[in-house]
Design a protein. Structure first.
Length: 309
């Protein structure tokens, strides 16, 4: 087995232990949270006998290690259990919500990377000009403005005033536009500032001056030399953003009543529906960790000097 395979194997083992730790912490938090889920399952005030029956049915009368062990045993077989509230299997509900979140995350990521990268490059090339100052002022505004303010402004302008787009739901692609723009606003501003910083650092290097001295066109200098070396820190940032987006944006999904993973987790926490919470955490944490592994592996392809093993 070569060094690269050993590195990947070690990372996968570390991912497994990290997932176990995350799910155990969440399980303990839900176990220690105040309130009793049995009080929410009976229309009227349940009797002591009814509560004890429900607790036994869900295994809540067992010690915490036993409950967690049963969860792991089911999860290994691909069974995340049933919701305590609606008695439906957890996995289809989580996968359905994750599908909506993936569409929203992909749209927001494409917008933020495309617009943010272009703005950052233009700002770096036109350093200290009015273009640079304007773009950086706009990015500062995007970072400073809360997401819920941007979402509400977009709803007021494009839904109530102009009537162009729907305010909530996820039925068509038109329902995706406002949530994606809202979610991409902060990321776009951050990517623009990050790209500008990376490009300015690279454009000051000796090999860039040498390339220009050889008579290369500016577009060739930027694309063939500057961008490739400025890409490594940007890949790290984008990878972290992908992981965060996979977890869903609670505020954005709540504002637009978007049925993604974030809204599902919030509803499940409020109802003390531990199986739903555990299922969401397991899948999103796994996705986050996997994305970080892909980002680390990409370093070796972007810069051959980096040896992952």
């Amino acid at each position: 087995m070569d060094g690269f395979a050993i590195y990947v194997a070690k990372r996968l083992v570390a991912m497994l232990f990290l997932l176990l730790g995350i799910t155990f912490i969440v399980f303990c938090m839900m176990y220690l949270a105040p309130g009793d889920v049995t009080m929410m399952l009976v229309p009227n005030i349940p009797s002591l006998e009814q509560r004890e029956t429900l607790r036994h049915q869900f295994g809540l009368d067992q010690p915490l290690p036993v409950q967690y062990g049963r969860f792991l045993a089911r999860a290994v077989r691909g069974n995340l259990g049933d919701s305590w509230i609606d008695r439906r299997p957890v996995l289809p509900q989580v996968l359905n919500a994750l599908g909506y979140t993936l569409r929203l995350a992909a749209a927001a990521l494409v917008l933020s990377v495309l617009i943010g990268t272009i703005a950052g490059i233009v700002s770096a090339v036109r350093y200290r000009s009015w273009v640079d100052e304007s773009l950086m002022a706009g990015s500062l505004l995007g970072i400073s403005t809360p997401v819920f303010v941007i979402g509400l402004l977009l709803i007021y302008i494009f839904a109530f005033r102009l009537g162009w787009l729907p305010t909530s739901g996820a039925g068509t692609s038109r329902h995706l536009i406002l949530p994606a723009i809202t979610l991409a606003s902060f990321l776009t501003a951050y990517n623009a500032r990050m790209t500008r910083t990376c490009m300015l650092e690279v454009l000051g290097q000796d090999y860039i001056r040498t390339a220009r001295a050889k008579g290369l066109r500016e577009i060739a200098v930027l694309t063939r030399h500057a961008m490739k070396n400025a890409l490594i820190p940007m890949v790290t940032v984008i990878g972290l953003q992908v992981g965060l987006l996979l977890g869903g944006s609670v505020i954005t999904e709540t504002i637009f009543a978007y049925p993604g993973i974030g809204q599902l987790v919030v509803s499940a926490i409020g109802a003390r529906d531990t199986p739903i919470v555990q299922g969401c955490v397991l899948l999103t944490a796994g996705g986050f960790i996997l994305v970080n592994l892909v980002v680390d592996l990409s370093y070796g392809f972007l810069d051959p000097r980096i040896r992952l093993a």
